[in-house]
Design a protein around this ligand. Sequence first.
Ligand code: CAP
Ligand code: MG
Length: 412
Amino acid sequence: MAQKSHLHLDEEPDYNEYVVCKYRVTTDLPMEKAAEALAAEQSTGTWTGISTLDDEIFDTLGARVVSIEGDEVVVEFPVEDFSVEVGSVPQILSVIAGNLFGLGSLKGVRLEDVSFPDSINSQFKGPKFGAQGIRELLGRPEKPLVGTIVKPKIGLDPERTAQYVYEAGSGGLTNSKDDETLVDQAFCPIDERTVAVAEALDLLKDEGHLMMHAINVSTRGDRIVELAEKVQGWGATELMVDVITCGFGAVQALAEDPSIKVPIHVHRTMHGAFTKDPYHGIAMLPLTRLVRMCGGDALHIGTLGVGKMAADAKDDGNLAACLGDDVPFKTVMPVCSGGAYPGIVADIIARSGMDVQIQAGGGVAGHPGGVKAGAMGMSQAVDAAFLGIPAEEYAKDHPELSEALAKWGKKK
Ligand code: CAP
Ligand code: MG
C-alpha cells in the first residue's frame, strides 16, 4: 500500500463517530510529522511502512489528525478501534494514552482532554449515587459538604480512629475518610476500624449529626469486590478507592455491582506522576471523565490552585466534567482537598461554587483546640462562605474559626 496520510486537516472533528482527543505536543519535528507519528502509533502504523497494512484496514481503523493549532493536536479515533465489550477503560487508555508517551520523535506529549461518542458512553453506567445522591444521604441539599481525612494518615488504632470521626462529626463535619495509604494494616485492621467507625456514626446520628466515612478498600483487583462487600457488611457508609493505583476497572466493578449499596469516594493518589507536568503526561480532565463513566460518586480534583498540591490556578475543566449535563451519567461530587484550612475555604468556594465537598486533614487535626474544634472551624468557614460573610467577620462570634484564622491566616 502506498503510504497514506493520517492528516485530515480540512475536516472538523466528528464527535458522533469518533473518540476525539486533544494533545499538547512538544517536538523538534514539523508538527504535521509529529502528529502523523502519534496517530499512526496509536492506530494502524508503526515506525516504518508495512506490507500487511491494506487500504481497508487503514481507511477503517486509522486515526485521523483533524486539527493542528500551535502545539495543540486533535486526533480522532474510529469507534471501531475500541472494544465492543462492555465499557473497557484499560483498552481505551491503551489507544488514547499508550505508546505515544514513549515516542522518541516527541519530546513531550500530554493528553489534555477526550470526548467519547454515545456508542462508547452507552457501554458505561456512571455513578449509582452521584453528587445529588450523597447530598440526600446527608440531608444537605445546598451547602458545600465539609469533611476531614483522619490524621495521622497511618498509626491510629480502630478506637482512636473512631474517636477522631466522632469528634469531627460532633464539630459539624458531614464527611470523613481513611487516608489514601490506610487499608488493612496490623495497627488498624479494616474490620475492627469499620465496626468502630460505624458505631461512632450511629452515635452521631442519634445526636443529630448525619455523617459518612469512607473506608479505603484499595486492594488487588481480584479481591476488591469481596473486601468491599465485607466492609459494607461491617457497617461502612461509604467506600474509598485509590483509582490510579487500583485501576479504573476497580471503581467500575464496585459501582456496577448491585450488592454495593454505598457511595464510592475516589482518591487519585499517584496522579501527580503524570498530571503535574504541563508538557508531558495526562491532564486530570480525561481522568475525571473516566472516573464519572466508571461510577465514582465523589472524586478529588485538587483545590483549584489554592491548597498545597500543584494545580492550575484556574479551574481546568474538572468541575464541569464532574457536574455537567453533557454526558448521560449522574454527577460526581467534586472533592477539594490538599492543604485546605478554614482561611482558604472562601477562596476555594469562590472558584468551585457550592456544589463541592471541601475537606481538610491537617486543617482539622492541626487546630489548637483539637479535632472537634478543628472541625468546628472548618464547618464555620463553610457556613460563612455559604452566607456570603467574610470569614474574619464570622469569626468574631465563632471562636473556633477565629483560632484557626489566628494560626493559619487566610490564603497565602
Ligand atoms: C490531604 C490528603 C489528600 C490530598 C490529596 C493528603 O491532607 O489527605 O490525600 O488532598 O490531594 O494526604 O495530602 P491535608 P490531591 O488536608 O492534610 O493536606 O487529590 O490533590 O492529590
Ligand atoms: Mg491523603
